[in-house]
Design a protein around this ligand. Structure first.
Ligand SMILES: [Zn+2]
Length: 185
């Protein structure tokens, strides 16, 4: 029995687990289970010091992801404030900007691997929140990047699919090790 409102850290799915390669399904209705899942995902991302987490990473095949991106403080733009949890359900990404940028990405499901990924600088997002309300926003920079990384997850796509072949070959051995050690989890 799980007590209502009790937050639980969830076990992660690691590279090699087939759930990370499946296309997730739309959420039809915000139920108590969905609220619990999102609350547990928030607990998990905080515990892991992550800046984003998608449902397949905690072995659910629903189109849900959350972000927790640190942003510059309003009082002092040189300081970063701890990110607030944002929830994206059934997200649709449109209008990627022609400008793109490259930055190293990591992934909680592919521990200790960091690879440079080129992504558009800006993106539009339409998604549903936990109240079932549809919202739209335009994101840029790191926030846009995290949303694109997480949205890839609900489509079964990983950051290592978006790097050059040469680099993919270079990290293949490390990927195989992760698969062998953690892929069954
Ligand atoms: Zn990831």
């Amino acid at each position: 029995m799980v007590q209502k409102g009790f937050k639980m850290k969830l076990p992660l799915a690691y590279y090699g687990n087939p759930i990370l390669r499946k296309k997730c399904q739309d959420v039809e209705e915000i139920t108590e289970e969905i609220r619990q899942l999102v609350s547990d995902m928030a607990e998990t991302v905080a515990e892991q010091n992550g800046i984003g987490l998608a449902a397949p990473q905690v072995k659910s095949n629903l189109r849900i992801f959350i972000t927790k991106v640190p942003l510059p403080s309003k009082d002092d733009p040189d300081q970063l404030e701890e990110g607030k949890i944002k929830v994206y359900i059934n997200a649709k990404l449109t209008d990627p900007s022609p400008e793109s940028w490259e930055r190293d990405e990591g992934c909680l499901s592919i521990p200790k691997i960091y690879v440079p990924v080129v992504r558009p600088y800006r993106i539009k997002v339409e998604a549903m929140d936990l109240k079932g309300k549809v919202f739209t926003e335009e994101l840029e920079g790191l926030e846009a990047r995290v949303v694109m990384h997480e949205n890839d997850h609900v489509n079964g796509v990983l950051m290592i699919d978006r790097i050059e072949n040469k680099l993919r070959k270079e990290i293949e051995k490390d990927l195989r090790k992760i698969k062998k050690r953690l892929g069954h989890m």
